[in-house]
Design a protein around this ligand. Structure first.
Ligand code: ADP
Ligand code: MG
Length: 399
């Protein structure tokens, strides 16, 4: 689960982290009111979307010369005109894809006199089973690019969660950032605070880009992205509340209502499968046959007619889908019940693309009979290989 920059800064402030003062705004009036509470004379108006690269982003509705999603404003009038231009318009950044994201919230914050920009991030590193803390002197830029062209400018420190944060980790961070004196001490303290926030809040990722050194020699978190382990959110109802559904893929939100595990992918073959392992195998075999899956979808062990119908609707709401492969193993659920659900759902949604169904398991003969007698153009398949070949063939034929 992701949250907005301003929300992440509010959370970090609770752990003692220094962040610039700022106020979120849903309207132009709120943006100006927020700015009035700041000392000025320099304000920064920032688009709040769940994507980075806002500064260099472009608004779809505005000309190529228009400013991006992070704007320095020198007066309250500028704050007003910037807010007017940004709210409701679509910001396209390197992270949003071509469709961009509509800006529904702004953050009006103190303009900071920047001396240096640094990079710091933390993530759960599966390879080492530790928390990786990554720092670089090259802040404010695309870190992938830094890693590619100047890897020597990146320092990675790993922390064993059983051991926890130790003073030497802090010193390694400050050293990696090449800081001395007072700033070196500030970096050590900041690293400890961030580690505490990261572990206490069950974060998956925390990125500060840039972390800045101000002209008056203080470290300040200027931009931050934070994401959390969705499975741990029951432990943090206050964080769970920060979820902004308007930032998420509508099909994925709809799927979560029915307890379906759905992830949209780029291909044209929709898949409906029970069990995550079988779903992965199905996607693999579609690829093996020269096509790409349009989604990952696990309907779970107890797929009811209602669930199957919802799954069909979600798959078909994706305009890229040109065919559907249903691959279900009847274990706890019996194949005839699943077949009933598929027939009902196919009728309900007025199925308009080829549908290949592979059923296996308890009552499979009964299930196949129901599909055959349904009067619907459902193509039965005997095994996984056969099913994938058939759906890929059908979609190619239709094209
Ligand atoms: P993004 O990463 O989405 O582009 P940032 O918050 O990192 O957004 O802003 C981009 C750049 O804008 C920063 O690298 C920094 O140079 C500048 N900037 C952002 N916030 C402020 C601020 N409060 N004061 C001064 N400059 C800022
Ligand atoms: Mg940034």
């Amino acid at each position: 689960m992701n949250i907005h920059e301003y929300q992440a800064k509010e959370l970090l402030a609770k752990y003692g982290v220094a962040v610039p003062t700022g106020y979120p705004a849903l309207t132009v009036e709120e943006a100006v009111e927020g700015a009035k509470k700041l000392p000025g004379p320099l304000y920064v108006v920032k688009a709040q979307i769940h994507a980075g690269g806002r500064g260099k982003g472009k608004f779809k509705e505005l000309g190529a010369e228009a400013k991006g999603g992070v704007r320095l404003a020198k007066s309250l009038d500028d704050v007003k005109s910037d807010a007017e231009e940004m709210l409701g318009n679509t910001l396209v950044t390197v992270q949003t894809g071509d469709a961009g994201k509509q800006v529904n919230r702004l953050y009006v914050t103190d303009g900071v006199d920047i001396a240096e920009e640094y990079y710091l991030s933390m993530l759960v590193d599966r390879a080492t089973g530790r928390i990786a803390l990554i720092v670089s002197t090259e802040g404010g830029m695309d870190i992938e690019e830094v890693a590619h062209s100047t890897p020597e400018k990146i320092t990675t420190i790993t922390i064993d969660p059983a051991e926890g944060f130790q003073p030497h980790h802090g010193r390694a961070v400050a050293f990696g950032l090449k800081l001395s004196g007072e700033l070196n001490k500030q970096a050590q303290k900041l690293a400890k605070q961030l580690y505490e926030a990261f572990t206490a809040l069950d974060c998956e990722m925390l990125e500060i880009n840039p972390l800045v050194e101000t002209k008056d020699s203080n470290l300040l978190v200027l931009d931050t992205k934070m994401s959390f382990d969705g499975n741990a959110m029951f432990r943090h109802p206050d964080v769970a509340e920060l979820r902004d559904i308007s930032e998420e893929d509508p099909a994925e939100v709809e799927a979560s209502k029915y307890d379906l595990a759905y992830i949209k992918l780029d291909g044209n073959i929709g898949c409906m499968v029970n069990g995550a392992g079988l779903a992965m195998a199905t996607m693999d075999i579609i690829k093996l046959n020269g096509a790409f899956p349009a989604n990952f979808l696990d309907v779970g062990g107890g797929a009811t007619t209602e669930k199957v119908t919802a799954a069909f609707k979600i798959i078909l709401s994706d305009p890229a889908v040109e065919g559907i492969l249903v691959n279900i193993f009847g274990g706890i659920m019996k194949c005839d019940i699943i077949a009933d659900g598929i027939v009902q759902a196919a009728k309900d949604v007025n199925l308009s693309v080829p549908l290949v169904v592979r059923l296996e398991g308890t009552n499979v003969e009964k299930g196949k009979e129901i599909l055959a007698n349904s009067g619907l153009p459902i193509v039965p398949a005997d095994d996984l290989g056969d099913a994938a070949k058939k759906i890929v063939g059908q979609v190619k034929e239709a094209a």
